[in-house]
Design a protein around this ligand. Structure first.
Ligand SMILES: NC(=O)c1ccc[n+]([C@@H]2O[C@H](COP(=O)([O-])OP(=O)(O)OC[C@H]3O[C@@H](n4cnc5c(N)ncnc54)[C@H](OP(=O)(O)O)[C@@H]3O)[C@@H](O)[C@H]2O)c1
Length: 310
């Protein structure tokens, strides 16, 4: 006790100085950092049960009738969210809805080609009409119509890739934000790729589009934090889906990828020893939950240890 008093008296001037500095730092942070000082609704609202519960939330997941999008819908639904699934083909939507219903997930389905503005608007309007609002957007759709040397890619290739992979992700966000604001907040997750960090050979324009999503995440996060909306991103490595089939068909490519993986799986425990869609779905659900309430503007790489550096 004596020691403490003595210490305080001796340190009086520096301690006051430190407190003033700390106050300045905190008020500066509050002014410049739109996330600072917000504790309410950053995951998109109240909690029922655990921190990871999404009960009462409405989640729109694009391109969600197969692969990573479907796994994201399952993960969100298992945590209690009502999920709205969509893709270009009605037959795929019907199959996904039936599967999710069989898993006791609350689900609505509709056609949406994210490259078409009328489809994007219909998806959002239908969700609001059916489900009463929107709390979560997972922007997962992407196309890759081109394999080859980047110098051989055409304007049409770039238009298609940037329209679907980047512009549609932004335009979907722009459409859902007013509805999230009405709910007091929300969460947006973009699906990028390891190729966004390290361009894949023969997938130049696609890789560039995935790098753009890393930038979009960071550009949107500070602005939308003012509306209690968090914006994050996941960058999967090689995951077993139809989309990445072209990679698995080439044994040399698979071998090259495997050299870069830290998590070495036997093909008997996982297809070709690469990642599974559920391993991305769970991370997406985490980012949408209260567990991630202080995370915004981030990209989580889920690559089995492949190095990701810009
Ligand atoms: N698989 C990987 O190794 C990997 C790695 C890194 C990143 N990713 C990213 O993960 C995301 C999902 O890929 P995935 O591997 O899960 O693909 P996937 O299994 O082939 O599934 C693609 C889904 O997208 C739908 N779709 C395709 N084009 C669409 C469009 N224009 N509008 C709306 N829906 C569309 C498809 O259904 P319809 O045919 O009915 O439209 C299907 O439901 C993509 O953004 C991809 O870049 C994948």
């Amino acid at each position: 006790m004596i020691y403490k008093t003595h210490y305080c008296i001796r340190q009086k001037t520096p301690m006051v100085h430190h407190r003033v500095m700390l106050r300045c730092f905190v008020s500066r942070s509050l002014l410049t950092n739109p996330v600072a000082g917000q504790t309410r609704n950053m995951s998109g609202g109240s909690l029922a049960g655990s921190q990871s519960s999404l009960a009462g939330k409405v989640a729109v997941v694009t391109a969600s009738t197969d692969g990573i999008g479907l796994a994201a819908a399952q993960a969100l639904g298992q945590r209690g969210a009502h999920v709205v699934v969509s893709s270009r083909r009605q037959s795929n939507v019907d199959k996904a809805v039936a599967l999710l219903q069989s898993e006791k997930i609350q689900v609505t389905g509709t056609i949406c080609n994210v490259g078409k503005s009328e489809d994007r608007e219909r998806l959002v309007n239908m969700t609001v009409e059916h489900c009463g609002g929107i709390d979560i957007l997972v922007s997962n759709a992407a196309v890759n119509p081109f394999f080859g040397n980047i110098m051989d890619s055409t304007a049409a290739v770039w238009d298609k890739i940037l329209d679907v992979n980047v512009k549609a992700a932004f335009l979907m966000t722009q459409l859902v934000v007013p509805h999230m604001e009405k709910r007091g907040g929300g969460s947006v997750v973009f699906v990028s790729s390891v190729a966004g960090y390290q361009p894949m050979q023969a997938l130049g324009p696609y890789s560039v589009s995935k790098t753009a999503l890393l930038g979009l995440t960071r550009a949107l996060a500070p602005e939308l934090a003012q509306s209690h909306i968090r914006v994050n991103c996941v960058a999967p490595g090689v995951i077993k889906t139809r989309f990445s089939q072209a990679l698995w068909q080439d044994e040399d490519v698979v071998d090259e990828f495997k050299k870069q993986l830290s998590i070495k799986r036997l093909p008997s425990t996982s297809f070709l020893g690469v990642g599974e869609p559920e391993e991305i779905g769970g991370v997406i659900a985490f980012l949408c939950s209260k567990d991630a309430s202080y995370i915004t503007g981030e990209t989580i790489t889920v690559t089995g240890g492949m190095s990701c550096r810009l």
